[in-house]
Structures are given as C-alpha cells and as structure tokens.
Design a protein around this ligand. Structure first.
Ligand code: GDP
Ligand code: MG
Length: 597
C-alpha cells in the first residue's frame, strides 16, 4: 500500500487533461511505440472526433523513484458539465489530484467546481500550469491566479506542457512525494467502490473499482450493496493499456472485475462491492442514482423500424446506464420512446451513437426538463411531467414547479454587463459577484434549468466573445408559470411539435416557432397554414405558399441523368422527413424551438 498512489486529473475542458495523461503514460513506459496515438485514453470514436472525454478512464503505470517502484493509478475524467457525475465518482476514488490550468486561459468555471469536489474529498492538490509552450501563455499572471485560488506557494505550481513533455518528470515526483498512499485496513471485510463501468460486447460489463478495505480475490462470491445482487468474481485484474488478470487486488488498489453481468443498470457507479458471506456493514457514502435532466422523444424515421430502435436503445443502455427511456406514442410520429438525458450534449451523443453504431435514422423531438404539476384535487401529490402531453389541463391545475440550478460563470470584467443581461433575460437572479482578480469576475445566478439546457451556452459564448466559462449544479424545484404551446399545421395539431414554455415567453416563442417552421418546411402542392396555440387560443400564424411547379420541370428537355440526380437528391432530402397528415416535416422542424433567436 505504501507504494500505491491513486490520483486523478481535473481541469476545465480543453485545458489538456487527456494530452498530459498521454505524456505520463509515455514517460513511465506504459505504452509501446506501436500503441502510441494521441489521446490514448479517449478510446470511443466519438470521443476522438469531438476531442472530448465522455467516460472516465483508469490506467495503471509503474514508476521508479529513488530506487523504489511505485504503482500509479491514473483516473482520467470527463470535463463537460453533462458528465460531472462521473467526475465526482472518480475523485472519490483518489487521494490526490493534478489540477491542470491552461496558461493562456487561466482558471475557468470547471477548474473551480472540480477543485471544490476534490477539496470536499480531502484530496491533495498538485497545481500544474499547462501549455506554457503557447505563445499566448501568461505564466506569471496565471501562476498568481492559481496561488490566489489555492493559497499555495508559487514554487508549488509546476510549469508543464503536454505538447513538449516539459515538466512531466516534476509532476511524477510530486505525485509520489505529495500525494499520500491509500489508507484502509486489509483485515476488514471487502469494501470496494465502483467508479466506472465499461460495456464489452463479448465479456459483458466490466466494473472498475477501487478497494477501500479488505481485498478481492479471483472466484470470490461478492455482493453489490445498492442492488443486492450477488456474483462471482470470475476475473479480476489491473488496468494497463490492456487488462492484466490477477488473483488478488489488494487494499488501496484499483482494478477491473468481470462477472458475466449483462446489463449496465445492474452496475451503479458509486455502489459498494463487498463479500457475500461476510459483508461490510458500511456502504461507501455518497452513492446516488444519476438523474436525467432533459427529456425528449426519439422516433424512428420509418415507423417500421420501431422494434429495431427498441433493440438498439436497449443495447446502448447496456453501455450507458445514464440513458433512460420508456415507450410513448405520438399521433404525429407513431411509436417511439421518451428518453431522459444528462444534458443536451448527452442527447446529441445518444442520437449520434444510434445512427453510427446501430445504423438507425431517428427523429428527436423538442426537449424539455422535468416539471412537477399539482392538481387542485390533490394539491400534495406531484404529477411528473416529462412530456408536454403529460401537463394537466390548466383549469384543473393548482400549480407547477420547475427545476432550478445554481450557475457559476467566470468572465472578464468587460463582459459582466452583457452576461448579466443574458442571465436576467433567461429569468435568472444574481446571487453573488466576486472579483477573483481585477480583470476576472465570478458571477453566481439562480436560473431555471429549462433556460440553460437549450441555447444558453452558445449565447454566453457570443456575448462574452468566448471569454466566459460556465458550470452548474441543481438546487431544487421552484414555482413556475408554465403553458403548453401547440403547433397546428393545416389546422391539425401536431403533438410532436408541442413545447412546454414559461407563460411570459409563450407569445414570443409561439410567433418565432411559426416563422422558423415556415423556413424549414418545404413548400408543397398546396398552402399550409402554420399556427401556434395555447389551449384553444391561436397566438400566431404564418402560411407556407403552395409550390407552383414540379421540381423536375426546370430540367425539361435537359439530359436525363441530371433529372435523375435531382430526383435522387430529393429522395435523400426526404430521408429524415415525416409525413404528418398530408404535410411533410423535416427533422430540423422538430427541433426548431432550439434554434430560435
Ligand atoms: P482535455 O479536454 O482537458 O482532455 O484537453 P485535451 O488534452 O483534449 O487538449 C485540448 C487541446 O489542447 C488539444 O487540441 C491539445 O492538442 C491541446 N493541448 C493540450 N496540451 C497542450 C500543451 O501543453 N500545449 C499546446 N500548445 N497545446 C496543448
Ligand atoms: Mg479529454
């Protein structure tokens, strides 16, 4: 145990966690020349393409320091707010953290929120000033910022570059000398924390854990405390670049477990593994189920693909337990699923994975957060509203509540005005304003979650010219004035286009939705009136004028291959169209409400 160090890397997104992790792996000889590639730990295709870490990863390195061999378990964490739950579990598995700060960007919102998480878990913090090779780096200033934030000595801040490898040896030394070895008692019953799981289509779910007390041996009968399920530890081992099977994983160490578990939902991140016969009395604190924040319908473009979509979603769920879904049906779209996501990025990723990994073409409907409605009859029993159609008739309703978040925004003092107007425009209330330095300000707001899940982040970037970072955490439900805005096409209400909107914004949004739909829905052989309505009241109207001529008419007399091409193009464009009544609606129309401005 004396020779184990468990640490994570925390940083704001893009400050260089994954790249620095690569350098640590190089430097400790944990990868061969052949295995080398950038962002080695981001092994999901999507992670590589988008340059973001979605899942946490763990990897073990060996390093010789003053003649002694140490085992370093590195736990890489995702940086995006949607995945902050993964960050918090990873942090709980460590004794120390490298806090990476980009020397050009300085401290940002997630630097701070992740630092707080690390401090709450009593981690030893090693500050690293990264990207000092950049011409735009401000090493002195940013070091001062870090010193102010941590109250450490300037000498403790390690200048580094994930690009050139500078500072990596100093970082490894600091890990060994400053981060304490794990505590824990080898004599006690097994107590291990699950901090990640990985789906392997051939071997089932691989559980990644950290042994807190006792030890786990191959073949041992074990129990997952939150689910109560028992398994045999068929295979255990340590995580190098590939898995290395072992007979025992000892107190303080990190490892993987394969038990023939087939479904991600049996494995709950944060759960405690113990011995089935002599269980520990204590579950590791802090376990909570992850709650979806955003809900939307997912429908197959082709109604015949419903069963295939179900099978695909089930498979995806094996891999991503934070995805939840229940069947629902829509008059416009037929059978589909109401899905819960951690945030908008998560929703995009699920949609993309369905398309790439399962070859499904899907339509996603307008997302909304989860509301609570209370009826006059039973004013104490909340009705959960995850879908516009679940909202009770306004006349029977006592009140509605919506989820609020506490937002932390760090920006330059020049942009305080525009950022504040944006937040107020989004129904936010400022609760705090702190000057971190004369140029950098931290702002705190209480804002409805519904206002930030959609275009908030993009607008924040625009008003701050990119100099604002943002993080949030939920703070509970508060009273809201909510209405359902319906859209009628050709006088027919299209349920999949309904949206839940705050009453103060309803007219404005209803009007913009009509305008946007007019742009997005292609002209057809007849006039199509578009109307927005609240209940029976029409609040806005637009008309898509009928198309005069057949599209192929302009090729009249032209060569046939050109005509064929045009028809093919038209067919392709149709791929993501749905026929609703006699109107064809393209996919973007269902998400139109997100792109309003
Ligand atoms: P993460 O989001 O924190 O994991 O950040 P990444 O490791 O994915 O890095 C984000 C971007 O910064 C990538 O384009 C990297 O190539 C780049 N980057 C990372 N470290 C350095 C560095 O030390 N110097 C320079 N110049 N670029 C870096
Ligand atoms: Mg990364």
């Amino acid at each position: 145990m004396k020779h184990i160090r468990n640490f994570c890397i925390i940083a704001h997104i893009d400050h260089g966690k994954s790249t620095l992790a690569d350098r640590l792996l190089d430097h400790t000889g944990s990868v061969t020349e052949r295995e080398k590639q950038d962002q080695l730990l981001d092994n999901m295709d999507l992670e590589r393409e988008r340059g973001i870490t979605i899942k946490s990863h763990a990897i073990q390195m060996e390093y010789v320091h003053k003649g002694e061999t140490y085992i370093l378990n590195l736990i890489d964490t995702p940086g995006h707010v949607d995945f902050s739950y993964e960050v918090s579990r990873s942090i709980a598995a460590c004794e120390g953290a490298l806090l990476i700060v980009d020397a050009a960007q300085s401290i940002q919102a997630q630097t701070i929120s992740n630092l707080y998480l690390a401090l709450e878990n009593d981690l030893e913090i090693i500050p690293v000033l990264n990207k000092i090779d950049l011409p735009s780096a401000n090493p002195e200033e940013v070091t001062d910022d870090i010193v102010d934030l941590l109250g450490c000595d300037p000498e403790e801040v390690i200048p580094a570059s994930g690009k050139t490898g500078l500072g990596v040896d100093k970082i490894l030394e600091a890990i060994i000398e400053k981060i304490p070895p794990p505590k824990g008692n080898p004599e006690e019953p097994l107590q291990a924390m699950i901090f990640d799981s990985v789906y392997n289509p051939f071997r089932g779910i691989e559980v990644i854990f950290r042994v807190v007390n006792g030890e786990i041996t191959k073949g041992q009968k074990i129990k997952f405390m939150a689910t109560g399920k028992e398994y045999y530890a068929d295979e255990i081992g340590t995580l190098k670049l590939s898995q290395v099977p072992k007979n025992v994983i000892k107190t303080g160490d990190v490892g993987y477990l394969i038990s023939g578990i087939k479904e991600a939902r049996e494995v709950k991140v944060g759960d405690t593994i113990t011995d089935a016969k002599t269980p520990t009395k204590n579950m590791i604190a802090g376990f909570e189920n992850v709650k979806p924040m955003v809900f939307a319908g997912i429908y197959p473009v082709d109604t015949e693909d419903y069963e295939e979509l179900r099978a695909s979603m089930e498979k995806l769920q094996l891999n991503d337990a934070s995805l939840v879904f229940t069947p629902e049906s829509s008059a416009a779209l037929g059978f589909g699923f109401r899905c819960g996501f951690l945030g908008m990025l998560h929703m995009e990723i699920i949609q993309e994975r369905l398309e790439r990994e399962f070859d499904m073409t899907v339509i996603t409907t307008v997302p909304n957060v989860s509301y609570l409605a209370y009826s006059k009859k039973e004013p104490d029993t909340p009705i959960i509203v995850n879908n516009p159609s679940d909202l009770p008739d306004p006349s029977s309703m006592d009140r509605v509540e919506e989820p609020y978040i506490k937002a932390t925004i760090i920006t330059k003092s020049d942009f305080v005005g525009p950022v504040m107007s944006l937040c107020i425009d989004k129904r936010g209330q400022i609760t705090n304003q702190t000057y971190l330095t004369p140029e950098r300000v931290e702002l705190n707001f209480d804002i409805p979650l519904a206002e930030i899940v959609f275009d908030f982040y993009d607008r924040l970037k625009t008003v701050s010219k990119g100099y604002a970072s943002f993080d949030y955490s939920p703070i509970g439900m508060r009273a809201s004035k909510l209405v359902k805005v319906d859209i009628l096409l050709n006088a027919q209400s299209v349920d999949a286009l309904s949206a839940l909107i705050h009453a103060d914004n309803a007219y404005n949004i209803g009007k913009k939705m009509c305008e946007k739909l007019k742009e997005l829905i292609p002209r057809q052989q007849f006039d199509i009136p578009i109307q927005a309505a609240i209940g029976a009241k029409i609040i806005s109207r637009e008309t898509i004028k009928a198309l005069r001529k057949d599209v192929t008419a302009k090729c009249y007399g032209g060569d046939i291959s050109r005509k064929r091409k045009l028809l093919e193009k038209q067919k392709k464009g149709k791929k993501r169209m749905r026929q609703v009544g006699n109107v064809e609606i393209p996919q973007q129309a269902f998400m139109a409400v997100l792109k309003l401005n």
